[in-house]
Design a protein around this ligand. Structure first.
Ligand code: ATP
Ligand code: MG
Length: 425
């Protein structure tokens, strides 16, 4: 029996990989405009990092991690998300000591979660995320949200829906927690076993439950927004003001709590209408307690993560075409043994000059070579036979116009380069 890829993973094949490259390049370009620098952290970390950094009562830590004992008897986990690793690295390398603050970082890379696979939900998926550590200014909350929104917008995703909330801080959350507990105790017996257990450990998480029954039972639960302290309330107000000033439409959803335990103040999600059962394409928020939790100083932070898989799903669902040029510049058709030999150095020379060039490797005659050129979208076909070889020349045919002329080797190269530069302009 042949071996298949594991459930929840995917091969990205030529034809599709160009979409990935385009999106990743766009993300990198945006980050450079917003002055976020790339960080690359290991694919696996000590399990404890995620237990501490994501939180024991989260779905991720409770049931989704790929954890194993390595040959040195250490508990290792394939990273399920990027924030904990980024913050670990920030603390480990004392980035808070750099004169340039806040520290603004981004990452793109694979994450692993043991989930039930469906469209847009994979066991290995690729997240693009940013983290800004070292400022509690609400303008950076707004900036991070703006960056995420802009990625979708510049790629052409339509019907974006932004929801924001504030989940408070260690000052106001306990007061809300009491009120919430009061409410939840009243419906406790009707909750599923998992939500009952959450009720005890982290009642806020019950609001995040995916169980429709829980959602119904907690519909009138007290809202955190009524409990925000003198620090959190104006902070949340400012975030909204800045979003409004940037013309970014949003809706306040007081029930949104997000998946991590260390979120404080701003939480946000971006949804796209009609992408499968999921809808949410990006999630983020502030995590003012996280850096300390991971062993650093008390430093505020905020970030988001989104998966390229869900982004591409949104583009596909909405039938958005990315402007990708898959065509080559030139196909060299060779006729006869001598021409075939000459083509090796000719093609090499032209590739060195910057042209995207392909040739025949299958000893085919003229017609199938022309077909190949056509399939590859070659802008020019260059024909090299015995006659041309004798004169050190080739026949250059521009496919779109059908125009054709005989040129010397160097001349042909210069002609194609000039035409392509003109086209770019
Ligand atoms: P969900 O509620 O859909 O499970 P989540 O709360 O687990 O999402 P986060 O941990 O906040 O998601 O991750 C941020 C983003 O990463 C999501 O909005 C989504 O775009 C993407 N993402 C999360 N899990 C997966 C997955 N299994 N496959 C593909 N993309 C994912
Ligand atoms: Mg999830």
């Amino acid at each position: 029996m042949s071996i298949k890829m594991p459930r929840g993973t995917a091969d990205v094949l030529p034809g599709e990989v160009e979409l990935w490259q385009y999106v990743e390049e766009k993300a990198r370009d945006l980050c450079s405009r917003y002055n976020y620098s790339e960080i690359r952290t290991p694919i696996f970390e000590h399990t404890e990092l995620f237990q501490r950094g994501v939180g024991e009562t989260t779905d991720i830590v409770e049931k989704e991690m790929y954890t194993f004992i390595d040959k040195g008897d250490r508990s290792i986990t394939l990273r399920p998300e990027g924030t904990a690793s980024t913050v670990r690295s920030y603390v480990e390398h004392k980035m808070f000591g750099s004169p340039q603050q806040p520290t603004k970082l981004f990452y793109i890379g694979p994450m692993f979660r043991y989930e039930r696979p469906q469209a847009g939900r994979m066991r290995q998926f690729t997240q693009f995320g940013v983290e800004a550590i070292g400022s509690k200014d609400p303008s950076i909350d707004a900036e991070v949200i703006a960056l995420a929104m802009q990625l979708y917008q510049e790629l052409g995703v339509k019907d974006l829906h932004l929801e924001i909330n504030s989940v408070g801080c260690s000052q106001c959350r306990p007061v809300h927690r009491e009120a919430l507990l009061d409410h939840l105790q009243g419906v406790r017996d009707q909750l599923g076993a998992e939500d009952q257990s959450r009720l005890e450990r982290n009642p806020l998480r019950v609001l995040d439950s995916k169980d429709p029954k829980t959602q119904e039972l907690t519909k009138d639960a007290p809202s955190i927004l009524e409990f925000l302290c003198d620090d959190c309330a104006p902070h949340f107000q400012k975030v909204q003001t800045y979003l409004t000033e940037m013309n970014i439409p949003f809706v306040v959803n007081p029930r949104m709590v997000r998946g991590l335990d260390y979120y404080t103040q701003t939480a946000f999600e971006i949804m796209v209408q009609g992408i499968g059962a999921i809808g949410t394409v990006c999630g983020g928020g502030r995590y003012n307690g996280l850096v300390e939790q991971i062993g650093g100083q008390d430093m505020p932070g905020i970030g988001f993560a989104l998966s390229i898989e869900r982004l591409l799903l949104a583009l596909k669902t909405q039938e958005v075409e990315l402007p990708i040029n898959r065509n080559i510049d030139c196909f060299v058709v060779t006729l006869g043994e001598a021409a075939k030999q000459k083509s090796v150095s000719l093609v090499h020379n032209w590739r060195t000059a910057g042209l995207r060039v392909e040739k025949d490797y299958l000893d085919r005659n003229m017609k199938p070579q022309m077909k190949s050129a056509d399939r590859l979208g070659a802008r020019f076909v260059v024909i090299l036979g015995d006659d041309e070889l004798e004169k050190n020349s080739v026949v250059v045919k521009e496919m779109a116009s059908g125009e054709q002329q005989e040129l010397g080797f160097e001349e042909a190269k210069a002609y194609m380069l000039t035409a392509l530069v003109k086209e770019e302009k």
